[in-house]
Design a protein around this ligand. Structure first.
Ligand code: ZN
Length: 114
């Protein structure tokens, strides 16, 4: 498998000011669409491998997706996002999106899919 499978290739260092902002937005949307397509293909490939090797079927996957969707009590097709959390070292509040405490630098992200 290629080491660059998840490499997106664009670093996002653009300025969005001036008359090119519309073009830049269009480029960014196309880039995000490309990333989504790539992730969709990777996900589908992984599912096909798992399905074949573990004798699963699409119903198994559908049930698991529904269970994940319902983690927040709502069947809305969206991933549940946890709220802010406290740093294990300094105790200060950080956004769930921070991998490291913004105050002391302690590694925060211990959950694989958060
Ligand atoms: Zn901290």
């Amino acid at each position: 498998m290629s080491a660059n499978l998840f490499n997106t290739g664009i670093n996002g260092n653009y300025s969005s000011s001036g008359k090119n902002a519309g073009n830049l937005s269009s480029i960014k949307i196309k880039y995000l669409e490309h990333k989504i397509d790539k992730l969709y293909m990777i996900t589908e490939a992984l599912w096909l491998i798992l399905k074949e090797k573990n004798h699963l079927d699409d119903e198994n996957l559908t049930e698991l997706i529904a269970a994940i969707d319902l983690k927040d009590g709502r069947r809305d097709g969206k991933v549940a996002i946890s709220g802010p959390r406290n740093c294990t070292k300094c105790g200060r509040v950080n956004s769930i999106r921070q991998m490291y405490c913004i105050y002391c630098g302690t590694f925060l992200n211990t959950e694989t899919f958060k």
